[in-house]
Design a protein around this ligand. Sequence first.
Ligand code: GDP
Length: 285
Amino acid sequence: MANIQWFPGHMAKAIRQLEENLPHVDIVFELVDARIPLASRNPEIERLIKNKPHLMILTKSDLADPTQTANWIRFFKANGLPAIAVDSKANITTKAITKITQAVLSDKLATEQTKGLKERPIRAITVGIPNVGKSTLLNRLVNKRVAQVGDTPGVTKGQQWLRSSSKLSLLDTPGILWPKFEDEETGQKLALTGAIKDQRFASDDVALFALRFFRSYYEQALVDRYKLSSADLVLSDVDLLLVITKKLGMKDDYERASDRLILDIRREKLGRYTLDRKEDDQDGQ
Ligand code: GDP
């Protein structure tokens, strides 16, 4: 699984664009999926954005396990990375993101003020892997009604600054990064959440991964959804998949049942979940 390049051509262009835009922004908003804060992180992000201040934004927090999200936020903060969780479909976020952004940049803004520079909106760019929620968050932040900012310093031709508030401007084109495929499990996490729709990951493998995972962390959700008995719960993952296949009325078509299980999980039929685990007592690593 190692060294698989995802959309190599597009990536080279995306990196070039990001490198051109970076000098013009004050801060990078790095978006990760709150259900997979590690698997949806680009492994080279730190190198790509160099020493730019950056804020971790855990998107889709409405789909993730709230306890886990809180643990992840604490973990990132403990490692010097300010972090915030958002549900871009809800009507909040702009104020919260503006506030934390100002806090992250407070030293820089204070220095500018003591130099007598005019107050100006903070300039930010969103970056993240495909489907992590960049456009949705951008639309939420910019609220669509707000006019574009015409006279800020040059960025890549054809791109524009969008005004979120008097305090925050965003580049209209997000930076696109690629997910890591360092191991099979990372790929399965990306596939299960719908971050990638990739033929490389057979649905029965992803379904077995999902079963193993839900049995460990959210067993009741499985029991409720598929009406499992206590006898079913002692079966192997493969046998349990066959039981579920039957319960779904699909005879022995476990591939179809696998697709259904994955879809059920993606469509929140088994409730909220977090695949990358961070337990409360894990502070550092
Ligand atoms: P992009 O490729 O990073 O720009 O991702 P999009 O903004 O197109 O979002 C991908 C999918 O995730 C869309 O179906 C969005 O509706 C959904 N999405 C984005 N943010 C959220 C969120 O905070 N909560 C939920 N439930 N869905 C979201």
